[in-house]
Design a protein around this ligand. Structure first.
Ligand code: DER
Length: 234
């Protein structure tokens, strides 16, 4: 499909451009697009001596099953480059992440990197966050506090959400439980004019563990377009 081709082209281009044999530590994101990045890494034997740091159980399995060297971010706190997907990217390179409920470890590993590179298919390219991605801003919350967060989202933000929902699992009864043992609330705000301010306000609410807004973090974003080309945003 054009979407899968787009993911693959963006991932391959980003690996070719940003991972070199001189690198010591590389962060591997989570989701479906990053699978193509690992696929490309495995095609380049000269990248075998790099330590790869995961951002989820899924990402950890990708590294292990690829036979790549696994490292943890507390063991390797200085990461050369982290490559990860996103749910939506605006024109200032702000991103919504957490569609896969992995945004906490992703943000830790993205921040630990000298360069954070986003890879995505054309559906993720947007003018403002909340326009293309209509599933809300993923907010990881501590389970015992989730009702309090739901209330605070309604009463304490300058930008009120249209609705907030507890993310329910599909292949498991009950809510989605993250790799960190938490719940996810998806908060719908529509088009987000100022993601940095929204991030700060949400992060301060008691019970919030991490917010799926990555503002002023990415160095570049690669988009695999429907026509088979790759565009970049810097
Ligand atoms: O959970 C995340 O932030 C992931 O990076 C994710 O949302 C991107 O997933 P995709 O590459 O499968 O679209």
């Amino acid at each position: 499909s054009a979407v899968e081709t787009g993911k693959k082209l963006a991932a391959y281009q980003a690996v070719n451009d940003y991972i070199t044999p001189e690198h010591k530590v590389v962060g591997i994101g989570s989701g479906s697009t990053v699978v193509y990045a690992v696929e490309r890494i495995l095609q380049r034997p000269e990248l075998k001596n790099i330590v790869y740091v995961p951002t989820s159980f899924q990402s950890k399995l990708l590294i292990i099953e690829g036979g790549l060297t696994l490292g943890s971010v507390d063991q390797f706190p200085e990461i050369d480059v982290t490559i990860d997907g996103a749910d939506e990217v605006d024109e200032q390179l702000n991103a919504i992440k957490g569609g896969g409920a992995c945004q906490f470890q992703e943000k830790v590993v993205a921040e630990a990197a000298k360069k954070f590179v986003i890879i995505a298919d054309y559906r993720k390219k947007s003018t403002k966050l909340g326009i293309e991605w209509t599933k809300g801003v993923p907010i990881e919350v501590v389970p015992m506090a989730y009702k309090g967060v739901m209330k605070s989202l309604e009463t304490k933000l300058s930008l009120k959400p249209q609705k907030s929902t507890l993310r329910m699992a599909v292949n498991k009864a009950g809510p989605v439980v993250t790799d960190n043992g938490n719940f996810v609330i998806d908060a719908h705000f529509g088009a987000i004019e100022d993601p940095t301010s929204l991030l700060k306000e949400i992060k301060l609410l008691t019970g919030v563990y991490e917010v799926g807004l990555f503002c002023n973090m990415a160095e570049i974003a690669y988009f695999g377009e429907a026509d088979g080309t790759v565009s970049t945003l810097k």
